[in-house]
Design a binder for this molecule. Structure first.
Ligand SMILES: [Zn+2]
Length: 125
């Protein structure tokens, strides 16, 4: 490409595309999605939850596998990702019409999966 923009977080690999999913997530998605088309929904936060340290992603590899992800009907989406023998969680949150991407530290898979499960239970965010 042109020799500008060393890194654009919005251009970072975002999410796997599932062809059967409706292409336009919306606030009314809970009502407009056909039954059975929803993905995982993270539970509401518990009163005492672990605060995840989210950092701006640094490109390390062009091969990232999204192992699991939360439903696209929600405003903020999370992805459990694997790359280079490590794993991490990616957070995609809309800001002024774009998705802002943050991620956790890259760590051993078992630790990342434990954090992912806590996040889904509302015990970490
Ligand atoms: Zn959903």
């Amino acid at each position: 490409m042109e020799g500008k923009a060393p890194y654009d977080a919005a251009a970072w690999p975002r999410r796997i595309t599932i062809p059967t999913m409706p292409p336009q997530p919306s606030k009314e998605a809970d009502m407009t999605f056909p039954p059975g088309f929803h993905g995982i929904h993270a539970a509401p936060l518990t009163t005492t939850y672990e605060r995840i340290r989210w950092v701006v992603p640094v490109p390390r590899t062009d091969r990232i596998r999204v192992r699991s992800h939360t439903c696209i009907c929600r405003e903020i989406q999370f992805e459990l990702c694997e790359a280079g023998g490590l794993a991490f969680i990616r957070r995609l949150a809309p800001l002024r019409g774009r998705d802002v991407v943050h991620e956790t530290e890259w760590t051993v898979t078992t630790r990342a999966v434990r954090l992912w499960e806590s996040l889904l239970r509302g015990q970490a965010r």
